[in-house]
Design a protein around this ligand. Structure first.
Ligand SMILES: Cc1cc2nc3c(=O)[nH]c(=O)nc-3n(C[C@H](O)[C@H](O)[C@H](O)COP(=O)(O)OP(=O)(O)OC[C@H]3O[C@@H](n4cnc5c(N)ncnc54)[C@H](O)[C@@H]3O)c2cc1C
Length: 405
């Protein structure tokens, strides 16, 4: 495996690096070594209005510079970039702890590509461009109070009345719903069919009469999640993607795009580097933490695991470059990275002792309280997009071919 960039790739990386340094400084007031609040990559980090406005400004600049959707084909306004350039983009952007697709992560990462693949021409014309510009922000209404891991158990009903679907029900944990203009919504259109076969996939205007959005405040104090209620909400029939009752297949296509462009970097690698830095100016059991044998062992173990993650992502990228579908390594990636991130956050708590619980704005808060915010948020990442237990089931059944439990 050759880890070096070609001349053209290095030129692309260098130009992007210069753009990120300038833009990150101008919009977020920080460069690569960023400091406090550096983990802006979270979709839930959008409760604060000022931060949201900054994110929108960053999105506009991404669009103006042509970086917002490098993986989209040029015919839809994307960059038509090679897999390698996409990987370079991901690695550079994550090294700045910036979100990959500005303020419209779900639209550009998954929903837009799903429309390209399965939407009508009218849907492509109506929605794709405004996803890129950020004029229309999208959210994803899948989970319900009794349907999370068992997503096919959704109960939100849509009944066809002439040319309109009438929707009643509730979604929960909808990231960004309070900021979004549009939503992809999974609804039950045939309650009598087997559960995977009675679901449809609709595009819903969040300003439709009958929609009520209630933000949920997380343990971090942020309100990035929402409960969304639907009371006789009318959605035009042409807003269905795919055929009626085939929404499960459409939603699977949406999830598959999650891995369309594999970079080699993961945000946890940056967190480990920052933990190392923290150990340089923290005491543990009365001695400098970075001299303490226990701390050194833990840091070394994290560094080894982060390197394994990086090499595994290289392997995945290499097989994609050879035109192969990513193998089992991509099934392990989410599980391994989010669990590592959780262990790193818990170790930071151990290192900081009582100071780990001091929130931002209080006397004694370490690095603006960011370690506390991380430790509170880390568990959520092991649940979002399929919990760790569900990932274990997938690996057991589909990779190791164990009998279904
Ligand atoms: C940060 C974050 C962002 C999110 N954003 C969105 C969003 O934008 N839109 C949206 O629709 N949803 C979103 N979700 C919701 C997310 O998809 C669900 O939380 C997730 O699917 C789990 O569902 P649940 O919360 O209902 O838990 P449950 O499915 O009730 O699971 C409860 C516990 O049981 C375990 N469990 C369940 N089934 C099994 C099984 N078969 N085998 C072993 N263990 C099992 C789970 O691992 C978990 O520990 C988000 C969640 C998080 C944390």
């Amino acid at each position: 495996m050759d880890f070096r960039y070609t001349h053209e790739e290095e030129a692309f990386r260098s130009k992007l690096h210069g753009w990120l340094e300038k833009t990150s400084g101008e919009v977020f007031g920080r460069g690569k070594d960023g400091g406090v609040g550096a983990s802006t990559a979270s979709l839930l980090d959008v409760g604060d209005d000022t931060r949201w406005q900054r994110l929108l400004e960053y999105h506009r600049r991404l669009y103006d510079s042509g970086y917002v959707a490098l993986h989209w084909p040029t015919e839809y306004g994307g960059g038509g970039a090679t897999l390698m350039d996409q990987a370079i983009y991901q690695d550079e952007v994550l090294s700045y702890a910036l979100p990959l697709y500005g303020a419209n992560q779900l639209a550009i990462d998954r929903i837009g590509p799903t429309l390209m693949f399965m939407g009508t021409q009218a849907q492509k014309d109506r929605y794709l461009h405004k996803m890129l510009t950020g004029e229309e922000i999208w959210c994803q209404g899948y989970s319900e109070p009794n349907a999370g891991s068992d997503l096919a158990g959704i109960q939100t009903r849509a009944v066809l009345d002439g040319d309109t679907f009438v929707i009643n029900g509730q979604k929960v944990w909808t990231s960004l719903a309070h900021r979004a203009h549009m939503q992809v919504l999974l609804v039950r259109t045939d309650p009598d069919a087997p559960k995977h076969k009675g679901i449809s996939y609709l595009l819903v205007d969040m300003k439709s009469p009958g929609i009520t959005i209630r933000p949920l405040v997380q343990i971090t104090g942020e309100a990035g999640f929402n409960e969304v209620f639907y009371d006789n909400v009318r959605v035009p029939k042409e807003n269905i993607v795919g055929e009626i009752n085939q929404g499960w297949q459409v939603s699977i296509a949406t999830l598959m795009y999650e891995r369309v462009s594999g970079g080699t970097r993961h945000p946890v690698q940056r967190t480990i580097t920052e933990l190392l830095e923290l150990s340089r100016h923290t005491e543990f059991e009365g001695i400098p933490a970075n001299n303490h044998p226990y701390v050194r062992q833990r840091l070394a173990q994290f560094a080894v695991e982060a390197e394994c993650l990086r090499l595994s992502r290289y392997r995945s990228l290499t097989s994609q470059l050879k035109g192969k579908i990513p193998g089992p390594e991509s099934s392990f990636g989410k599980l391994f990275a989010t669990e590592l991130n959780l262990r790193v956050a818990m170790f930071a708590d151990e290192l900081l002792g009582p100071y780990a619980t001091v929130d931002k704005g209080s006397i004694g808060a370490v690095e603006g309280g960011r370690w506390m915010a991380r430790s509170l948020a880390a568990r959520g990442l092991t649940i979002a997009a399929g919990s760790s237990e569900i990932q274990h089931n997938i690996i057991g059944e589909r990779v190791l071919k164990l009998p279904k439990g």
